[in-house]
Unconditional design. Structure first.
Length: 100
């Protein structure tokens, strides 16, 4: 079973970057079975529920190597910010109408 080491992006409802700097080690999901009567999915593999947080990428890699876990590292995508002021909504050169 392989593990994925990544730095997850913050959710859309977050404004801060509290957990955006931590690295996450999580196992790849194993095969799941579908219960025929109700259609519920189940799995006997509980390690897919384990999520381990680390302060740095090196700590996560060192843990995976020490425990003999096969892993792959996914580098985070660079974040781009579009700096815009509130007054830009009312510029005369704005393309399109500003409405509520």
């Amino acid at each position: 079973m392989t593990a994925r080491i990544s730095r997850p992006a913050k959710s859309a409802t977050q404004s801060g970057s509290a957990r955006a700097k931590a690295w996450l080690l999580e196992y790849a999901p194993a095969a799941r079975s579908i219960e025929p009567l109700m259609g519920w999915t189940s799995s006997t593999d509980t390690s897919s529920q384990v999520k381990l947080w680390f302060a740095t990428r090196e700590e996560a890699v060192a843990y995976a190597e020490r425990e003999g876990i096969a892993y792959r590292v996914e580098e985070p995508k660079p974040t781009t910010r579009r700096v815009m002021a509130y007054s830009d909504n009312f510029k005369t050169t704005r393309i399109g109408q500003w409405t509520h």
